[in-house]
Ligand binder design. Structure first.
Ligand SMILES: C[S@@+](CC[C@H](N)C(=O)[O-])C[C@H]1O[C@@H](n2cnc3c(N)ncnc32)[C@H](O)[C@@H]1O
Length: 271
């Protein structure tokens, strides 16, 4: 089951190019965006102190470190295809935490070497989801469980869709091709039927919506700076910046600019 447009930029280039470099340089910002999903993810993963945990698409390692604290007498392997992100993750090591620069779709993991598999948004980028999850299932011990979060379809009426739609009208610059390829892949498991097809080899698959907020910046201007920093050229007229900041303004508060967002929380186990 090939789910991605294979003529598009390969994800290894995306995450070892401009997109990976941006995530590595702004890892704190991305962690703040995704932080509210950690609580439901870790509650579902229910990591025990002796567990062997695999974090798929671990990025700069925030969730791998959290898992390593929880599995204090176990061990954690974070795997990611992006050299800049793995380098960033390795800057913050713990005694029971390792990282591997590898493609989780094909990497020869130790057979049945893990009790728990987790991922915060790192499982949507495989060229063949079903083959990738079959490879990951082999890495889980029989009865082993997984918990991951991944994006839901963006509702056209949502604040996120409205704000980003308006931003694209105000600043219609063509996105970086790598950013576009990442964006497309992000949605590749957004429908429950896609998830169920990809996870056909697992038992007790459960998919539920989790609603939270994503923090884009400390104030509207900061959020605009961040959004613009994802483009190849950040120079825009002052009026454009101000108009973009106005779109973020209704979502600004003492804890920063927070847009409502939601993901799927997906759990299951190896039979
Ligand atoms: C949206 S980011 C999430 C990163 C991290 N989990 C976090 O929450 O900050 C997706 C991550 O998946 C990684 N990735 C994409 N395809 C991969 C693959 N085939 N194998 C391993 N990692 C992959 C990317 O390099 C990137 O770090």
């Amino acid at each position: 089951m090939t789910t991605l447009d294979t003529s598009a930029l390969p994800q290894s280039e995306v995450w070892n190019g401009s997109v990976g470099a941006h995530w590595a340089a702004h890892h704190d910002r991305y962690d703040a965006m995704l932080a509210e999903f950690d609580k439901p993810l870790f509650a579902a993963a229910a990591i025990r102190s002796t567990d062997r945990v695999l974090d798929i698409g671990c990025g700069a390692g925030a969730t791998s470190r959290e898992a390593a604290w929880l599995a204090g007498r176990g061990r954690v392997l974070g795997v990611d295809i992006s050299a800049p992100l793995i380098e960033r993750a390795r800057a913050d090591l713990l005694p029971n935490l390792w990282y591997e620069l590898a493609d989780a779709e094909t990497y020869a993991f130790q057979e049945a070497g893990f009790d728990v598999l987790i991922s915060r948004g790192g499982v949507m980028f495989f060229a063949d989801h079903r083959a990738a999850f079959a490879n990951l299932a082999r890495a889980l011990a029989p009865g082993g469980r997984f918990a991951f979060v991944c994006p839901r379809p963006v509702d056209a009426d949502s604040a996120e869709a409205r704000v980003f739609g308006r931003l694209a009208e105000i600043d219609p610059a063509a996105p970086d091709p790598a950013a576009l390829a990442a964006h497309r892949a992000m949605a590749s498991l957004s429908r429950p039927e896609q998830l169920r097809a990809a996870l056909a080899g697992f038992a007790d698959v459960a998919i539920s919506a989790v609603h939270a907020t994503s923090r884009y910046g400390s104030d509207p201007e900061d959020a605009v700076d961040f959004v613009l920093s994802r483009r190849p050229h950040t120079e825009v007229p002052g009026g454009t910046r101000a108009a973009m900041a106005e779109e973020f303004a209704p979502y600004a508060g003492p804890l920063g600019v927070r847009l409502p967002s939601s993901v799927w929380l997906v759990t299951g186990r190896r039979p």
